[in-house]
Design a binder for this molecule. Structure first.
Ligand SMILES: Cc1ncc(COP(=O)(O)O)c(C=O)c1O
Length: 403
């Protein structure tokens, strides 16, 4: 159908909203594939595994038993209790089941936490590089994102946060980190958490990749590391990444009781309840899926090794060794100003390189501009080893060919 022009005025909250840059790149790769072009894609932040068997079977059984009805707005009591136990065991923070809310993916948990905490015009500190969705989520909630560069190994520094903190109300943290793969050290978590408390900032701690750390790196939650922070923080986690359940849309949010109650009311008005079948499947995954989760983590660990080794061997590429999530974020500033002989393009940054890699090499990566760091590009190693091997060889050859 031809697109018709419409005079419907758009609300300010959506008029200049940007679509997700990562989803846009994934869509471009899919469009090329639909034309029969073979693309080696390192774009999506999505495991290439299937969920634990127990989850799949519980989901199928739940459908057959007709359990696809609304649940309580904040989620099924059994799942909230299981998530509270998991948070206690793995993160080391105690929440009552009533303080845990089941959300439609971690993403809606973050959105709802922002809506519950941010007044129009409030500033929200976002260390960058950051997940591409954070700034837009802050804007949807009516806030103003304040991007704070992390120049030292992609780790936020208290001095930098402090310089940017005038008028700020919320700090958004993310460890293990998308897009950098860094894991915040325990001392840094404590230092930032203590500072945020002293400044009266609420903290949203996005720990969706908590279970995915490698080679001895240990996930530490800022909420566990800084005594008292629990009372002014929201913890975000979920099933998408570690249990390979992205499309099931299951996340968890934990917050002190009054805030949890407010977010529960918000969710009941926005969504009524999270998906019932996915909740039943997630409960089974939490209860019986940890062996398979660990097998997936080990597979990611091997891929992490492969990617880190290949990148380290590329002259001019600077990349902290990933320790968690499933991303590497190489800095390619050394190639700025060089020309690509096959396309004739001058490379200004990682965004240009991502375009050239897709056009000339049929390798999909995401330019760093989407994460607030155009001098880099993001590689997702949630892809088969054979794909990673071939893609990294092409990336290495392309960089070597730049003149
Ligand atoms: C840092 C970060 N937080 C949250 C999410 C949201 O995950 P979900 O699929 O559970 O909404 C993602 C997904 O890419 C992510 O990378």
């Amino acid at each position: 159908m031809p697109e018709t022009s419409s005079s419907l005025p758009l609300a300010a909250r959506v008029a200049s909203l940007q679509p997700s840059a990562t989803l846009a790149m994934v869509a471009r790769v899919e469009a090329l594939r639909a034309q029969g072009v073979e693309v080696l894609s390192l774009t999506a932040g999505e495991p290439d595994f299937t969920p634990p068997k127990a989850a799949e079977e519980a989901g199928i059984r739940a459908i057959r038993e007709g359990r696809g009805r609304y649940t309580a707005g904040a989620g099924m009591a059994e799942l909230r209790a299981a998530a509270a136990r998991m948070i206690q065991r793995e993160i080391g923070v105690e929440y009552a089941p009533e303080e845990v809310i089941v959300t439609t993916g971690g993403k809606l948990g973050i959105n709802q936490a922002l809506m519950a905490l941010v007044e129009p015009g409030d500033r929200v500190l976002v260390p960058v590089p950051c997940w591409t969705s954070y700034p837009e989520m802050v804007r949807i909630a009516g806030g103003e994102p304040v991007l704070v560069p992390c120049d030292q190994g992609f780790l936020p520094q208290v001095e930098d946060l402090d310089r940017a903190a005038a008028g700020a109300r919320v700090l958004l943290l993310n460890t293990p980190n998308n897009p950098t793969g860094v894991v915040y050290p325990a001392e840094l978590c404590a230092e930032i958490g203590d500072w945020a408390q002293a400044r009266g900032l609420a903290v949203i701690s996005d720990e969706i990749y908590a279970a995915l750390t490698y080679h001895g790196a240990r996930h530490v939650s800022p909420i566990a590391a800084s005594p008292g922070l629990r009372e002014s923080a929201v913890w975000i986690g979920g099933m998408s990444k570690a249990y390979a359940m992205t499309g099931w849309r299951m996340g968890f949010l934990a917050a002190p009781r009054p805030l949890a109650r407010a977010i529960s009311s918000l969710q009941s008005q926005l969504a009524s309840s999270p998906n019932a079948i996915s909740q039943i499947a997630s409960l089974a995954a939490l209860e019986r899926g940890d062996e398979e989760r660990e097998a997936m983590r080990r597979a990611f660990e091997a891929r992490c090794e492969l990617v880190a080794g290949r990148l380290a061997a590329m002259t001019g590429v600077v990349c902290p060794r990933p320790q968690g999530a499933f991303y590497a974020f190489p800095n390619v500033s050394a190639f700025a100003g060089k020309t690509d002989p096959s396309t004739g393009r001058v490379v200004r940054n990682g965004d240009d390189l991502a375009e050239i890699l897709l056009e000339a090499d049929r390798v999909g990566v995401i330019g760093g501009g989407a994460f607030g760091a155009p001098e880099c590009f993001r590689i997702s190693f949630a892809a088969a080893e054979e794909v990673l091997e071939r893609a990294l060889e092409r990336i290495g050859n392309r960089l070597e060919s730049l003149r």
